[in-house]
Design a protein around this ligand. Structure first.
Ligand code: ADP
Ligand code: MG
Length: 321
């Protein structure tokens, strides 16, 4: 096995952008943008919990950074850079080359260079920790506690594909190679909504990225804001790749499925056209799916306005009676 330092030099050392000190010193250095706050977030990915052991290493490198960029997006922050902690059971060079390619590919597209990290041999499974740094003007930050009764609730992109791909790979759904081919990219190569998040800064009120499922993540916003929500089920943007699946599979994937990395946000009804324009400028579709209610709890209503009874299990404690 190559030494830790060889591996760092080969796969994780990139020329630092002008004005930054990157890999190679005790700390990375980057200028704090004038008048802005630093936004920072960490996500930890553990083999067997967050990814399958045989996942494509390039997809894993991409996703390890994507889930963190998604947090910056949900705050309305512009990426500055990131650091990477790796615990490796063994150091296969082809694995590292793939991982680095996926990681740097996404980092380059979002101007979020790898500035440092830590690499150790793991006696057990693979673990990956990424920390991102970004910049946001505090008055434009999209906080979870900023939703107000009467706001529209919006979601970007489409819902459900990642959950279906996960359940196909995990054997929870009957094997269906065509369906897997149509949904797998959503699970393994999520596209963080960084441009949309920044376009919504100072325009939307509250925002969150959907990592654990629409209902659960929306509930975090509602609880932080002291409000509730009414969602119209038939307005939810269902991923086209789910067409033909049983209704219960679809509703579970759309309402409860995780790993989505779309943004769920609220905005004043008077700002509907500005939201649409911001989303169009960012090149991301957005859909209004309901409104913020003064009463706590989430109601999901069918086309006739009747509350859905069988919402995904595990979310019952967020629901109004
Ligand atoms: P220290 O002993 O000061 O923690 P290390 O020997 O762990 O330094 O790391 C040497 C340099 O390589 C540091 O600049 C560190 O940030 C960087 N580094 C280590 N592992 C990684 C990694 N996985 N990705 C990016 N940079 C890394
Ligand atoms: Mg170290």
């Amino acid at each position: 096995m190559a030494s830790e330092f060889d591996l760092i030099a080969r796969y994780f050392t990139r020329p630092a952008p002008a004005g930054m000190l990157g890999v190679g010193d005790d700390c990375a250095l980057f200028p704090a943008p004038a008048g802005m706050h630093i936004a920072t977030s960490t996500d930890l990915l553990i083999q067997g919990r967050h990814f399958f052991p045989d996942v494509d290493p390039a997809a894993l490198g991409h996703k390890a950074l994507a889930v963190n960029l998604s947090d910056l997006a949900a705050m309305g922050a512009r990426p500055i850079g990131c650091v990477l902690g790796l615990a490796l059971p063994q150091a296969s060079e082809s694995w590292l080359a793939g991982f680095a390619q996926g990681f740097h590919g996404l980092a380059d597209r979002h101007g979020c260079p790898l500035m440092g990290g830590d690499t150790t041999r793991s006696p057990h499974d693979l673990a990956i920790s990424v920390t991102v740094f970004g910049a946001v003007a505090p008055e434009r930050a999209l906080r979870r506690d900023a939703a107000r009764a009467g706001d529209d609730i919006w979601v970007s992109g489409a819902l459900g594909a990642a959950d279906v791909a996960y359940r196909l790979l995990d054997g929870q759904l009957p094997a269906d190679p065509q369906r897997l081919a149509a949904t797998r990219r959503a699970l393994e190569w999520p596209e963080p909504r960084v441009a949309l998040g920044q376009a919504l800064g100072g325009l939307a009120r509250a925002a969150i990225d959907i990592s654990d499922g629409l209902l659960q993540d929306l509930a975090h916003v509602l609880e932080a804001s002291g409000v509730g929500a009414h969602l119209a089920y038939e307005t939810l943007p269902v991923a086209p790749a789910l067409r033909g699946l049983p209704a219960a599979t679809v509703s579970r994937a759309v309402l409860g499925g995780g790993d989505v990395y779309e943004l769920c946000f609220t905005a004043a009804p008077g700002d509907r056209e500005r939201v649409r324009a911001a989303a169009a400028a960012a090149g991301v579709p957005v859909t209004p799916i309901g409104r913020v209610d003064p009463r706590p709890g989430i109601v999901v209503a069918d086309a006739d306005g009747r509350p859905l009874a069988d919402l995904p299990r595990g979310f019952d404690h967020f629901l109004a009676s």
